[in-house]
Write a protein that binds this ligand. Structure first.
Ligand SMILES: *Cc1c(COP(=O)(O)O)cnc(C)c1O
Length: 390
């Protein structure tokens, strides 16, 4: 029995996998069970920020593994404290809660916003406003936050108290605040799963002002846009906004499961003893991996992310079979004339792994992808997009 068949027999049927069994990876290349090599343009959906087998990350993780792999949150550990300090110093935030995934980081963000607003404005102030076409996770609460109806069917009732308004429509946001007791406004600065669409700068600034004028926590979901992905440490840093709560995950751990919810000076004392928790949260091995990632995301490195981005944007601009390119940094959406799914399948045949987001081909390569691998992948995508468009 092949592992592909075994997986299909025993793993829950929630994923439509490609017929590729990956056995190893190095840098931005992975090898499948037949020995075929691929350039990886997805990095495990924006997770393996420094690629596979990255020496510094492996050293940090294995060193911690050899010391202690888990303690629970009854005790202090060095990696957890150090990572929290590092994140606060790099963002200006004041406190961090560690979770294990993006959805859990968002759960924390929502709890903080609800408690803050309940304390300030009363228990009936609980509505969280999010955007149409957003994606915030798969738990019942983060599904309720997710502004895409097709995720909701079959799982009703979801957590109540969520409202979705169209993106880039400040009047709709103002109306929501006027008509409801709003406990928080949450958005992704670039909608990832929704099709790699950056929000307008003016809209984000107006939303930021609306929140601050009305003492409404402004929550930015940086699960996908965070940790260097857009060419800044966090995506919101590309815009002139000051969120109260920032959630992140994906690239943070470099491949180990970790999420973080960061809180500014207004939010840092909202949660008290017993208000929230997680058995694995702040796991020392995951935190050691994350320290290795965050420590290296300095201006120099982020400059290289932007240069790679510039190369991709220029190479794809006006290319035959490519209608438009969206995104920022190394979070890129490509609208191809041919269906995105067909482009991705043809790319797999030619040794390039890409993602999709809605009707686009989505690229989230490792932030340090070697230029030759990036060039090979982009040339392959261009060739496929052109061939399939005729
Ligand atoms: C992936 C993603 C999530 C969910 O993260 P998980 O780790 O899968 O729970 C939440 N928000 C955004 C913006 C994401 O891209």
């Amino acid at each position: 029995m092949s592992f592909m068949n075994m997986d299909q027999s025993y793993v829950a049927n929630t994923y439509k996998r490609f017929s590729v069994e990956i056995v190893s990876g190095k840098g931005s290349r992975v090898t499948d069970i037949n020995g075929k090599e691929y350039v990886d343009m997805g990095s495990g959906i924006g997770v393996t920020a420094f690629g596979f087998g990255d020496e510094a990350w492996m050293a940090a993780v294995t060193e911690q593994l050899g010391k202690v792999q888990h303690t629970s949150n009854l005790y202090y550990t060095e990696p957890c404290a150090k990572l929290a300090k590092l994140l606060c110093e790099r963002t200006g935030m004041k406190k961090v809660f560690f979770a294990n995934s993006g959805a859990e980081a968002n759960e924390c963000a929502i709890k903080v916003a609800r408690k803050y607003s309940a304390m300030k404005k009363g228990a009936d102030c609980y509505t969280i406003v999010t955007l149409v076409n957003s994606f915030h996770g798969r738990t019942l609460t983060t599904l309720a936050a997710t502004g895409q109806d097709h995720f909701h069917k079959d799982f009703q009732p979801l957590t109540p108290g969520f409202l979705h308004v169209p993106a880039n429509d400040i009047a709709a946001l103002e109306a929501a605040v006027a008509e409801h007791k709003v406990a928080g406004i949450m958005m992704e600065v670039i909608q990832g799963e929704g099709g790699v669409n950056a929000l307008d700068q003016a809209y984000l600034m107006a939303a930021d002002k609306l929140c601050h004028d009305n003492d409404i926590p402004f929550l930015i979901d940086e699960v996908q846009t965070g940790n260097g992905r857009t060419g800044k440490l966090y995506g919101y840093m590309n815009f002139k906004i000051t969120p109260d709560i920032v959630s992140t995950a994906k690239g943070l751990g470099g491949g180990l499961p970790i999420g973080a919810c960061m809180m500014n000076e207004k939010m840092e004392h909202v949660l008290g003893y017993g208000d929230h928790g997680s058995t694995y949260g702040g796991n020392p091995v995951c935190c050691a991996g994350a320290i290795s990632v965050i420590e290296r995301l300095d201006d120099n490195f982020l400059g290289r992310v932007k240069r790679r981005s510039g190369y991709v944007m220029a190479a794809l601009y006006n290319a035959p079979g490519i209608e438009s390119v969206s995104g920022m940094g190394l979070m890129i959406g490509i609208k191809t004339t041919a269906p995105a799914g067909d482009v991705v399948k043809a790319c797999i045949d030619r040794g390039v792994l890409c993602l999709t987001a809605k009707d686009k081909v989505r690229l989230l390569p490792a932030l340090n992808i070697p230029m030759e691998d990036l060039e090979y992948a982009i040339e392959t995508i261009k060739a496929v997009a052109k061939e399939l468009s005729v």
